[in-house]
Design a protein around this ligand. Structure first.
Ligand SMILES: C[S@@+](CC[C@H](N)C(=O)[O-])C[C@H]1O[C@@H](n2cnc3c(N)ncnc32)[C@H](O)[C@@H]1O
Length: 206
């Protein structure tokens, strides 16, 4: 139902996030730092030992888009998912996720305390939105899960970005010198709706 609904509205969030993730991810890692280079599917085998969390994964459309990009159901990276809705996650279970956990992104992610600093990337598509999740504490909590050099890739509707003060929260996290904005672009998110794609890197040494 959700999948058909968003498909009929021309929803591009998961496609854009998955493409960006893959285009950033493709090279060997050195000393624990993920290396990010251009997409080249011939190199797919070198994407291993990569841990990705898809936060607010819903029915797993990011996993589905990654599988399309790799042309295989079994992803060469380890994709974890979390969401507040067990029902949505049930649909994600056959979309490449190694595990799916309940979470509430409006609160501190204490359940992930033991895996802070271990993810190469965190994706969050379509979940920073009205009635769901705002920028705080989620941005800081998700950044805390990243390894140094890891990436947070997020979509936020333009109107929600402004209304909820995402700019201020980003200023705060970047001014602490722990992360940098790699990309802040706009794309057509749904028919007639523009969103930002934010890519934030946790600085090496943070
Ligand atoms: C628009 S859907 C996006 C789902 C998926 N990422 C996609 O792009 O299709 C928003 C998702 O956010 C989840 N969500 C809403 N509030 C949440 C919260 N407080 N914590 C975690 N997930 C939440 C919903 O259950 C839903 O799966």
């Amino acid at each position: 139902m959700y999948d058909q609904g968003v498909a009929s509205q021309g929803y591009f969030g998961p496609t854009v996030v998955a493409k960006k993730l893959v285009s950033e991810l493709l090279s060997a890692s050195s000393e624990g730092t993920p290396i990010f280079v251009d997409i080249n599917m011939k190199n797919v085998d070198i994407i291993k030992d990569i841990e990705v969390l898809d936060a607010g994964c819903g029915t797993g459309l990011v996993g589905q888009e990654l599988a399309k990009l790799y042309g295989q159901d079994s992803l060469p990276l380890t994709l974890h998912g979390c969401d507040i809705s067990e029902d949505m996650m049930m649909l994600a279970s056959n979309r490449g996720y190694s595990d799916l956990k309940w979470c509430d992104l409006t609160k501190p992610l204490d359940m992930y305390a033991h895996v802070r600093g271990t993810y190469d990337a965190v994706t969050i598509a379509g979940t920073f939105t009205d009635g769901h999740v705002g920028p705080s504490p989620a941005i800081e909590e998700l950044l805390a899960l990243l390894k140094p050099g890891g990436l947070l890739l997020a979509t936020v509707r333009q109107s929600f970005f402004e209304e909820m003060g995402f700019g201020k929260v980003l200023e705060e996290v970047t001014s602490e010198g722990e992360c940098s904005i790699v990309e802040m672009s706009e794309f057509q998110y749904l028919a007639g709706v523009v969103a930002k794609l934010m890519v934030i890197r946790k600085d090496v040494g943070a």
